[in-house]
Ligand binder design. Structure first.
Ligand SMILES: Nc1ncnc2c1ncn2[C@@H]1O[C@H](COP(=O)(O)OP(=O)(O)OP(=O)(O)O)[C@@H](O)[C@H]1O
Ligand code: SF4
Ligand SMILES: [Mg+2]
Length: 328
């Protein structure tokens, strides 16, 4: 624990919808080391965003984070449980010690205000700068994230930016207070591959310069091998596999990870008889009652045992895997 910046223990987040309860995150435990880049991977609906919104204490009704869930964050020489903080205490942490680049750019920027003012706003809100100082700092940040003509572009409104430029603006905004942790929720999903590579390069550059830790959320396993230190694979709100990025990619143990890797298109694969593998079936419906392994309906190795009960997490040599029949 001493060397962790964040330790999440048994995080459970449930949405009490009118018709049914949806367990978006189910007893999830993980940690984050200083300077580490951790990838959180899973298909749509696997609970990636809800996990990180729970860390930020941004779950609104009908959502509820179970009171026994612990989100321990290193604050100086002690750990504080973010799940026990008041809203006022969280305002001190959010945007300052932990920043988030939201999946939706519209959640980060107000369409009615110029970007330069918005990028420096956290500095002002956290009492670090006056309005003018914050604007000058925003101009520096725009240069640091390689916005061309940054002084002019600071005068623009969000709708005047391309997707890639708006992502750079969001990174600048998230970095403004030098956070200990940056949560990047699918920051490259809507971008073309060239811009995607530029944004990943920029995030890595800033991570190296500042020493911050990063939680990088994506559904694209192909992106993360060189970019991240560690990978977590989520499915239906549960951890399926975790390990060093290189180990998980080169030697996946969980059938779901193996299937995800097999689904990645490779150059030349359509020349011969090869076809792109697609995982059969679909992710469980939100609120679906699952008694056995969450992946059972889609798994080629499913047995009666898998349908009868949910496997626990087995841990060995820094790897974690939730499967009765994992390749070891
Ligand atoms: N505000 C909400 N109200 C009700 N259910 C919600 C709410 N937000 C999320 N959920 C449910 O929680 C589950 C996890 O959602 P989450 O947004 O974390 O998925 P995700 O892994 O981030 O998916 P994506 O890749 O599409 O962003 C889903 O079943 C979703 O329907
Ligand atoms: S527990 Fe069974 S169904 Fe689940 S991933 Fe492993 S082999 Fe497949
Ligand atoms: Mg999401």
């Amino acid at each position: 624990m001493k060397d962790k910046i964040l330790e999440v223990k048994n995080l459970t987040t449930i949405f009490h919808n009118v018709n049914q309860d949806v367990t978006a995150v189910d007893s999830l435990s993980f940690d984050l080391a200083p300077h580490e880049i951790l990838a959180m991977i899973g298909e749509s609906g696997s609970g990636k965003s809800v996990t990180n919104l729970s860390i930020m204490q941004l779950i609104d009704e009908p959502g509820e984070i179970a009171s026994e869930s612990q989100i321990l964050f290193k604050d100086g020489d002690r750990y504080i449980d973010l799940n026990k903080m008041t809203e006022k205490e969280m305002e001190r942490i959010r945007g300052d010690r932990i920043s988030m680049i939201f999946q939706e750019p519209s959640a980060s920027f107000n369409p009615l205000f110029r970007l330069g003012n918005q990028v420096g706003e956290s500095l002002r809100l956290h009492g670090r700068s006056t309005k003018e100082e914050a604007y000058q700092e925003a101009l520096k940040l725009l240069e640091q994230v390689h916005i061309p003509n940054s002084t002019l572009r600071a005068q623009d409104y969000p709708f005047q930016m391309s997707g890639g430029m708006l992502q750079r603006m969001m990174i600048a905004q998230a970095l403004s207070c030098h956070p200990d942790i940056l949560i990047a929720d699918e920051p490259t999903t809507a971008l073309d591959v060239t811009t995607q590579a530029q944004i990943l390069g920029l995030l890595k550059e800033k991570q190296r310069e500042t020493g911050m830790s990063v939680i990088f959320i994506t559904h694209d396993l192909a992106l993360v091998e060189d970019f991240c230190n560690r990978i977590m694979i989520l499915y239906a709100g549960s951890l399926m596999e975790e390990g060093k990025a290189k180990d998980v990619i080169s030697h996946p143990m969980h059938p779901y990870t193996q299937d995800l890797l097999s689904s990645i298109p490779k150059p030349g694969m359509f020349k011969g008889v090869d076809k792109l593998f697609a995982i059969p079936g679909k992710v469980p419906d939100p609120g679906e009652k699952i008694t056995g392994c969450p992946y059972a309906k889609r798994c080629s190795r499913c047995t009666e045992e898998c349908q009868a009960s949910k496997p626990g997490i087995a841990e060995k040599d820094g790897r974690k895997v939730r499967c009765f029949h994992a390749y070891c």
